[in-house]
Design a protein around this ligand. Structure first.
Ligand SMILES: [Zn+2]
Length: 344
């Protein structure tokens, strides 16, 4: 298997100071890939800035020029959580463009699958506003690009970041061509993503929200993947699978309260890989969203590449959560999701 890596030093120049979403996250991931000998086995994909035309498929032109002007004036806060530096606009263009490059490489068969290690992350960004450390919605831009450039009709976006990808959901809420599936801690930032948010109009039941109660872990995530994601993906028959990979559902993450392990993430990736193999010639692309514990991010990124390359021996240096397992309410909850999504 040939796995592609998107990375560019420009991503480090989105300088957020001592903010929890900082460049050390990528530095840690890349050094670990080098240290463990994985990096040299990956195909490095070139990155490029997204064009205005590409960004405008998702974002308002006025918002894009606002971000550009703010960067030119030295940066500052875009929302109470999202800060930018003079180079952030350029980094954000390359983050969306990097993921577009991964789509091109996978669709043209130059690599089997890919992981774009980009920042700033994207899944909270909405049409005319930055939110939750995100400036442009990289995965939404890449999905729109794939639909138009490669004449696709059906793309699955799976989002296992611990936060709900409200921006991605918004972008495709009425669009029957994109199935958005998300697992996320609930109630939690940004407040959206309850099970009854299922899409609208022609997009009805192409939004699948699986809110998770604080304390749930690998078992609950894997059951949700097997019992909800797998049947809805089979029904939808995607031609490409894009993944918002955040590693903040890990038990050691400092922002959230879930109990997923590195091995748990790897098993979720295996399910996605099997789905891609069965449904869309293996076309599977990951993009980095959140994840704030550096060791978790580094070992999870490596685990994703291990699975993508067909290595099933996963190292999990952090092991399982030491907190007691909690699963109260899960059975009733997953049955409610199945009912609302018409999964028999
Ligand atoms: Zn997150």
């Amino acid at each position: 298997m040939k796995a592609g890596l998107v990375y560019d030093p420009i991503y480090l120049e989105h300088d957020t100071g001592d903010h929890v979403e900082n460049s050390q996250r990528l530095v840690a991931a890349i050094s670990y890939l080098k240290e463990t000998g994985i990096k040299e086995k990956l195909s490095c994909l070139p990155s490029r800035p997204a064009s205005l035309e590409e960004l405008e498929m998702i974002h308002a032109p006025d918002y894009i020029s606002y971000v550009k002007n703010k960067a030119e004036k030295g940066g500052g806060w875009l929302d109470p959580d999202t800060i930018m530096s003079p180079k952030s606009y350029e980094a954000a263009l390359y983050a969306a463009g990097g993921l577009i490059g991964a789509v091109e490489a996978v669709m043209r068969g130059e690599v089997d699958n890919a992981f774009a290690l980009v920042r700033p992350p994207g899944h909270h960004a909405i049409r005319d506003r930055a939110m939750g450390f995100c400036i442009f919605n990289n995965i939404a831009v890449a999905a729109k690009f794939a639909l138009s450039k490669f004449n696709l009709n059906r793309i699955l976006i799976a989002d296992f970041d611990v936060h709900h990808g409200n921006g991605t959901q918004d972008a495709f809420y009425a669009d029957p061509g994109v199935l958005y599936f998300s697992t996320h801690q609930y109630p939690f930032y940004p407040g959206t993503g309850w099970i009854d948010e299922t899409g609208t109009g022609e997009g009805e039941r192409t939004t699948v929200n699986c809110p998770m109660t604080a304390g749930w872990g690998d078992e609950e995530y894997l059951r949700t993947f097997n019992e909800v994601l797998v049947p809805v993906a089979r029904r939808f028959q995607p031609q490409l699978i894009l993944v918002s990979a955040g590693f903040d559902a890990h038990w050691a993450d400092q922002l959230a309260m879930m109990r997923v392990s590195v091995k748990g993430f790897a098993q979720m990736v295996m399910i996605l890989k099997e789905l891609a193999a069965k449904l869309c010639q293996g076309r599977l692309i990951f993009t980095l969203e959140g994840g704030y514990n550096l060791q978790v991010v580094a070992s999870s990124v490596k685990a994703v590449f291990d699975v993508l390359r067909g290595n099933l021996e996963i190292d999990d240096p952090l092991g399982k959560a030491s907190m007691a397992r909690k699963s109260e309410g899960f059975d009733e909850h997953i049955e409610a999701i199945k009912r609302i999504q018409h999964i028999s």
